[in-house]
Design a protein around this ligand. Structure first.
Ligand code: PHE
Length: 456
């Protein structure tokens, strides 16, 4: 196994470092902002009744998401290895046990499972680039847009082809490494996505149903909120922030010494949450304006946005750009999903990045067929949470990520000594104390409470 202990006792990463603080923030934002914000948040909020769900989600983001993210970055930077090796190293160093590597191991598996379906949905967005560019949605009715989506996902070969293309793109960037691949991709994507989302927002404000959309999202009706919805909100907070599975830990390993972890975390959490809310504000008015069902499920974005674009002047053009950007957002997230597994294969088996990316990417591609077929051939195979896709999603978002987050906060808050964490977070003032209370008590207790109530 390779060692990353430098002669002066300072650890360095074997994979290089981010060139600047901004590069790190962009990379973490690129990982966080993805299908989770624009595809998943609106449909999960819709399925769970809107307002009350959104409120619980926001609370989870602040009191659980933020401390978990800070914990992951500080652990990652301190260990400077892949999540498995880092947890093992720090576990021993802090006088606990090397068994903490299993937390890293669970994260690596969660990342692989998530990417197996994430890539399928990202493949849909690739198709929508072509559909938009060829004018399929110009002046289309809700019926036409809905039928178009239904016909596409029913064709498993087309879905498989797009999944293959997306996995190939992801492997390509991951193989190129930290600075060459990851940084370059995120620099313009997030700002450009924001501009287009605001353009859509103007359209949706003018749809005549903006008030209904806002009311749906922000009027909490707690009678609609089951424990399972609370768990879905917690799971969504983890998923959208890319936390609980080591992606942020892996990115933290490449973070320069002097960067403020708190500042970076607040910036990323703010940007990610803002984009999700924006997506909701765009989509729900369109849902109500067109008599669609907010609980429509995974097709929601694909049934609403093309409709809006289709009615705008220059709609084919904007729609194309939008799906290009959404594909980019998915791409930068997919990179984060693969990074822990790839970093582990590189370090543990002494492989090149390219080899590791192909091995891991190939396995994920195969697993992805479970989700490719969930929308057509195997659509009627239902068990536990639903289709294969539903089960992989439920297991990862609602169980593995929260469990990973729970163990990560316990590790950072209880196993690591005060000196170690204060050293990384760079202060012992109010902010540090606030993080420590959240990481030691509020976040772990909150996660456990939700998990126990939802499962029993
Ligand atoms: N946060 C990403 C999204 O919202 C998904 C993701 C999860 C990426 C976990 C990396 C790790 O789309």
């Amino acid at each position: 196994m390779l060692s990353n202990q430098a002669g002066d006792g300072k650890r360095t990463s074997l994979h290089g470092h981010w060139s600047s603080r901004m590069a790190f923030i962009l990379a973490v934002t690129g990982s966080a902002v993805g299908l989770g914000n624009i595809w998943k948040f609106p449909y999960i909020a819709g399925q769970n009744g809107g307002g009350a769900f959104v409120l619980v989600y926001l609370v989870c983001v602040v009191v659980i998401g933020l401390p978990v993210m800070m914990s992951e970055i500080l652990i990652g930077r301190r260990g400077r290895r892949n999540p498995i090796a880092t947890m093992e190293l720090l576990g021993k160093e802090e006088g606990s046990s090397g068994k903490w590597r299993w937390v890293g191991g669970m994260g690596v598996i969660a990342g692989i499972l998530i990417l197996s379906y994430y890539s399928v949905i990202a493949g849909w967005t690739l198709t929508y680039i072509v559909k938009s560019a060829t004018g399929v949605f110009v002046d289309a009715t809700a019926q036409v847009v809905g039928d178009e989506f239904g016909a596409f996902v029913a064709n498993w070969k087309a879905v498989a082809l797009c999944h293959t293309l997306f996995m190939a793109l992801t492997v390509f960037v991951v193989a190129k490494g930290v600075e060459g691949g990851l940084e370059r991709a995120v620099k313009f994507m997030v700002p450009a996505l924001l501009v287009l989302m605001f353009t859509l927002l103007i359209y949706s404000i003018n749809s005549g149903y903006f008030a209904e959309g806002v009311a749906f999202m922000f009027t909490p009706d707690f009678s609609k909120l089951s424990w399972n919805s609370v768990l879905a909100a917690l799971g969504q907070a983890f998923f959208t922030l890319s936390i609980g599975m080591g992606a942020i830990m892996a990115y933290g390993a490449y973070l320069p010494e002097e960067t403020s972890i708190t500042g970076a975390s607040v910036a990323v959490v703010g940007a990610d949450t803002g984009i999700a809310i924006l997506a909701g504000l765009v989509i729900f008015p369109l849902v109500f304006a067109n008599g669609l069902d907010p609980a429509d499920g995974p097709g929601l974005v694909f049934d609403t946005l093309p409709l809006a674009f289709g009615q705008m002047a220059g709609g084919a053009f904007f729609s194309t750009i939008f799906f290009v950007l959404l594909s980019f957002a998915a791409w930068t997230s997919a990179i984060g999903l693969m990074e822990p597994a790839v970093a582990w294969v590189v370090e543990h088996f002494n492989r090149s990045r390219a080899q590791a990316a192909v091995i891991i990417g190939g396995s994920i591609w195969v697993l992805g067929f479970g989700s490719v077929l969930s929308f057509n051939v195997l659509a009627d195979v239902n068990f536990l949470a639903g289709t294969i896709f539903d089960n992989v999603d439920y297991l990862t978002s609602n169980i593995m990520l929260p469990l990973g987050g729970l163990l990560i906060t316990i590790f950072a808050g209880w196993v690591m000594c005060r000196n170690s964490t204060a050293d990384e977070l760079g202060s012992s003032g109010m902010l540090y104390k606030a993080w420590r209370v959240l990481a030691r008590f509020i976040a772990p207790i909150g996660i456990l409470f939700v998990l126990i109530n939802a499962v029993t």
